[in-house]
Design a protein. Structure first.
Length: 352
């Protein structure tokens, strides 16, 4: 009977399959407003910025209307509109308004927009009659600059997020287990589709599985780091062309007791691969992730070569990026292979 497949911890595209529920301290997200805005989806971010502008325009429009109302500018404008110009009763000829050409809330709202986005048309302006109006003008300009700075910063960060660069970092769909230098190795292929390089690229691997401690504590997602090897040695890799990264299955490996017969019975086994590096063009650190479940690990297969020299340069055929071929591989665990040297002697090739 087919066994139920375990939910992934990390998807093939690198997305973490984790849902956060029942978070009681929601206020912590407001303590880092900028990061919260950057993490929001585009529609929510644009809605917040639109409402920020509208609310600030309405707020300062109300302030400008109150200033005009308190100074009597609205009464003077009404008299002028009715033909009671300068010299009429109650309308002295030397009257100077705080803001010219404001006679209603609509005109105050328009003046608020003109002040904040600096698109003044010349019909309305602040005079030196009211110091309070000058102070409000300064405050509104500062508020407008702050909103613009936050908006531009968020848009820049959202369009230049590091995970966008990770879209062109690809991993093979399947991983393989085969012999390399006489030892069983877990192997995968990684490549970069762009010509701009990933500087100081490092790769690491973890095994995530359900474990139970000696005390009976159940750890549903126990993360175990395992050593990865790369063709050039050291921690950094030179990812100018696709590379085969491998892990030697030795006595310190969580895969030490896995054989092809019981590999697909490990439903709780998931191997996560994480590639980190600095984007050459922007200097921003990026991270690409993928994972392999037990049924995505091919025993006794090897990746086909995809790099060839043509016309004085090296050519990479990405159509064969994930292709594998069968190779002679012992059908036993790495423990059995290490303990019984005769297994290698019966192989159709010499390990040396």
């Amino acid at each position: 009977r087919a066994r139920e497949r375990r939910a992934r911890f990390v998807g093939k595209n690198g997305a973490c399959n984790v849902a956060h529920k029942n978070i009681r301290e929601q206020g912590r997200f407001l303590q880092d407003v900028f990061t919260t805005l950057v993490d929001l989806k585009w529609p929510h971010t644009l809605l917040i910025f639109t409402m920020s502008f509208l609310c600030s325009w309405l707020l300062f429009g109300m302030v400008w209307w109150l200033i005009a109302f308190a100074h009597g500018d609205l009464d003077h404008s009404t008299r002028v509109q009715r033909g009671l110009g300068d010299g009429a009763a109650g309308s002295p000829a030397d009257f100077v308004p705080c803001v010219t050409s404001i006679h209603s809330f609509a005109s105050a709202f328009l003046f608020s927009i003109e002040v904040q986005v600096t698109i003044g048309f010349g019909g309305r302006m602040v005079t030196e009659e009211c110091p309070a109006a000058i102070l409000v003008l300064i405050v509104q300009n500062i508020v407008g600059l702050v909103i613009n700075a936050i908006m531009l910063g968020c848009i820049f960060m959202k369009t230049s997020q590091a995970h966008r660069r990770a879209e062109t970092l690809i991993f093979s769909k399947h991983a393989v287990i085969a012999l390399r230098e006489g030892k069983l190795c877990f192997m995968l292929r990684v490549g970069d589709l762009r010509k701009s390089m990933i500087i100081s690229a490092t790769i690491r691997m973890q095994v995530v599985k359900k474990t139970t401690s000696m005390e009976g504590e159940v750890v549903p997602l126990n993360q175990i780091d395992i050593q990865m090897e790369n063709p050039v040695g050291g921690n950094s890799i030179f990812l100018v062309s696709p590379l085969i990264i491998y892990h030697v299955i030795d006595k310190n490996s969580p895969l030490y007791d896995i054989s092809p017969m019981n590999l697909h019975h490990h439903e709780d086994l998931e191997i996560i691969v994480i590639l980190e590096g600095v984007v050459e063009t922007t200097g921003i650190t990026t991270q690409a992730r993928t994972s392999y479940l037990a049924d995505e690990i091919l025993w006794g297969q090897r990746f086909v070569p995809i790099v060839a020299e043509e016309d004085g340069q090296y050519s990479v055929d990405y159509s064969k990026f994930g292709n594998t071929v069968k190779v002679p591989t012992p059908s036993c665990t790495a423990r059995q292979l290490e303990e019984d040297k005769s297994i290698m002697d019966n192989m159709p090739f010499s390990p040396r």
